[in-house]
Design a protein around this ligand. Structure first.
Ligand SMILES: [Zn+2]
Length: 697
């Protein structure tokens, strides 16, 4: 009996200790995109003050040597949320990879543990279509469907944080909340007062802005749940090179400027401290499971950081990393490596080895003259161990619309085309750096409106390497901005002819043909692109619209439905379906088709209320079914959303004339004429002349 009591006593102590973390602790995961640790003042006081994150670090554990496995947004977030690297989950690039369905990630585990789960992401690379939404009750990825020219498919920290705060304020029981903030990502344009304060260092200005915005969320968590009831984890998906090693941003190399990340963990059981041990993103998921008393899934590759949080030691494991952007989009050799016992080995045709204990900035390559066989062996063993034999087949989804949006975010995603199996020094990313820098310079020239200088540089790149598919995309964009539509189309044709098996080239060329009215050739090329990859909603949508324009309504419907199945939350595809049903109804005098258009328009507006063409189409449908006032309201909305859009203006002229308001009708006629300018066709001129005569009667 005495013995039993002693056991109970001990158990009581143990469960008491566990309670400090316990099963009812909330979890707040904050990922700040593109954030270098040295831009947080708790890591380095040199550049910018970040008092909010500092105060969190002062209460919790700051990891001085935390690493991402990948310098790219979607793969890196997959590593964090799934607790495994791309060797197991297969997500290797933005836009062409989808998270597999059958992985027990953090959100699924916590949902299974009775947590309410909410995610609030700030940019398209993390769009729900790429699969990180699995396990979240709410996955809030609201940003504009079509970023305005020069703008981003993103939302600023304060909007994302406002959405997260709203969700948190409605929580009654334990929750897991993931907040992703995009602002430090290029281009660096912090809002005021940070823009003025950081005129010479806008990147740091973005970080200062994020720190301030984050303060409101941290205040709420403290106020509503009290300190000690929430496990708070702050990290970055990757850093930013800012010119180090010849790289301006991230994704090309995997030096510490882009894979070293901040990691701060605060919560009820964390002892305030700074930890020098080498840790990595895949350790986060096992840590959360451990602290909350939930079983760690077998697939998890990392280890719990709990011993380090409690001031104890932990056995270090080697850290795998990779940078595959050049391999995927530029025909370069893949870059992979390992960090082990303070040494960093980069396996590429020209290998590199650094002693991180004495040379964390990687200035002295120790590989020449060193026998690298042991490092190669350890990397190979690590890769074999982490690529499970039942390796999950990832669906690679090359999505042209995705690519366009990613491009507006400074990326370009392309299909994986492996033409080479062996690589030499000519394919090393270091050798190819001057070409890549030319593309970056051309992009900057494009932003500065020095478009013809940009064209010259990109042409040089294409001359040097015909398989640099990203160069054709960039060149066609430059011609588009120059207003040289013929050269824009010719460049896409050149890219397609030089790389006929590349889905991105085929789909871009086919879509351009279809959208410029060359329907038959467009359908032919898009058909070829579907043969290369059939998972791109934009290709199906464009084919649907092309068949509709040709009057083949049955085929059009089939293609539009395929597009919708791939991207049910895409406002533009929903809107196209609405407009298609209106056109079909008018052409076949079938009122039931008009009725069918309404839910598509309504859904498109619910997803993105800023699309003018949706309001114009909905106005047309409402007019046909006799709801004239609602029709006028929608056309007015369309004209207001896009002041250069002529169709709603014409519709309003007709509607007001019918209502007997001739003065207003005449004003709309004149506005229509001024919008059309010289581009008016003879038929349109006849129409509008007739309207004007009626207005003047
Ligand atoms: Zn990122």
């Amino acid at each position: 009996m005495r013995h039993l009591r002693a056991v109970l006593f001990l158990t009581g102590i143990l469960s008491g200790a566990a309670l400090a973390w316990g099963a009812d602790v909330n979890v707040l995961l904050i990922t700040i995109d593109t954030l270098r640790p040295d831009r947080l003042s708790c890591y380095s006081p040199k550049h910018v003050q970040t008092p909010r994150i500092d105060s969190l670090a002062a209460k919790g554990v700051l990891f001085e040597r935390a690493f991402a496995h990948e310098p790219m947004t979607l793969p890196s977030h997959a590593n964090i949320l799934l607790g495994m690297t791309s060797l197991a989950h297969g997500v290797i690039d933005n836009g062409i990879s989808i998270v597999p369905r059958d992985i027990q990630g953090l959100a699924k585990i916590l949902k299974g543990g009775g947590y309410a789960t909410g995610a609030f992401v700030s940019a398209f690379p993390l769009d729900s279509r790429f699969g990180l939404n699995q396990g979240f009750d709410l996955y809030d990825d609201r940003y504009p469907s079509r970023p305005a020219p020069g703008c981003e498919a993103e939302r600023p920290a304060e909007k994302t944080i406002a959405a997260a705060r709203e969700w948190l304020s409605a929580r009654k029981a334990k929750w897991f909340c993931w907040v992703h903030l995009w602002d430090p990502h290029a281009p660096y344009a912090p809002p005021e007062p940070f823009a003025s304060r950081f005129r010479n260092d806008p990147y740091s200005g973005e970080v200062a802005y994020v720190d301030e915005a984050l303060g409101r969320l941290l205040d709420d968590v403290e106020k509503i749940w009290g300190s000690g009831r929430t496990l708070i984890i702050v990290t970055a998906d990757h850093g930013e090179s800012l010119g180090e090693h010849g790289e301006m941003t991230h994704s090309y190399f995997a030096y510490n400027s882009t894979i070293w990340v901040p990691l701060i963990i605060a919560g009820p059981g964390a002892k305030a401290s700074r930890v020098k041990d080498y840790v990595s993103h895949v350790d986060i998921l096992p840590t959360v499971c451990d602290l909350l008393g939930l079983p760690k899934p077998l697939s998890a590759q990392g280890d719990s950081l709990r011993p380090l949080l409690e001031g104890k030691r932990r056995k270090a494991k080697p850290i795998y990393f990779e940078a595959l952007d050049g391999y995927i989009n530029l025909g370069a050799a893949p870059l992979r490596g390992i960090i082990d016992s303070g040494k960093k080995f980069i396996d590429s045709p020209i290998p590199e080895l650094y002693d991180l204990e004495t040379d964390f900035d990687e200035t002295k390559n120790l590989a020449p003259g060193t026998d690298l066989s042991a490092f190669k062996k350890r990397l190979a063993e690590k890769m074999t161990r982490d690529s499970s034999s039942a390796r999950i087949q990832t669906v690679r989804k090359t999505d042209r619309e995705t690519r366009e949006r990613l491009q507006s975010l400074g990326y370009a995603a392309a299909a994986v085309v492996q033409t080479k199996t062996s690589y030499d020094a000519r394919d090393d990313l270091k050798t190819l750096l001057p070409l890549n820098q030319k593309l970056m310079t051309a992009a900057r020239l494009g932003q500065d409106k020095k478009l013809t200088d940009g064209v010259r540089l990109v042409e040089e790149v294409i001359k040097a390497r015909k398989d640099y598919t990203r160069a054709y995309s960039q060149l066609s964009d430059l011609y588009f901005s120059l207003g040289q539509k013929d050269k824009w189309l010719q460049t896409l044709e050149r890219g397609f002819n030089a790389n006929p098996d590349n889905f991105v080239m085929a789909s871009a060329y086919g879509i351009a043909l279809a959208e410029t009215g060359n329907l038959d050739r467009g359908i032919e090329i898009l058909g070829k692109s579907l043969a290369l990859f059939d998972g791109d909603p934009k290709v199906w949508d464009t084919l649907g619209v092309a068949y509709w324009k040709k009057g083949d309504y049955a085929k059009a419907l089939e293609h539009l439905n395929a597009a919708l199945a791939l991207a049910p939350q895409d406002a533009i595809i929903n809107s196209d379906l609405g407009n298609f049903y209106v056109a079909w109804g008018l052409a076949t005098r079938a009122p039931e088709h008009i009725q069918k258009s309404l839910p598509y328009f309504q859904k498109a507006i619910a997803i993105d209320p800023s699309l003018a063409s949706t309001h114009n189409g909905l106005g047309g449908a409402l007019k046909i079914i006799g709801e004239s006032d609602a029709a006028v309201a929608n056309w007015e909305k369309a004209a207001q959303l896009d002041p250069n859009y002529d169709l709603p203006v014409y519709n309003l002229a007709v509607a007001y004339l019918e209502k007997g308001d001739k003065a207003r009708a005449l004003a709309y006629c004149r506005k229509y004429l001024s919008l059309k300018g010289k581009n008016i066709t003879a038929e349109e001129q006849t129409d509008i002349d007739l309207l004007i005569r009626q207005c003047k009667k």
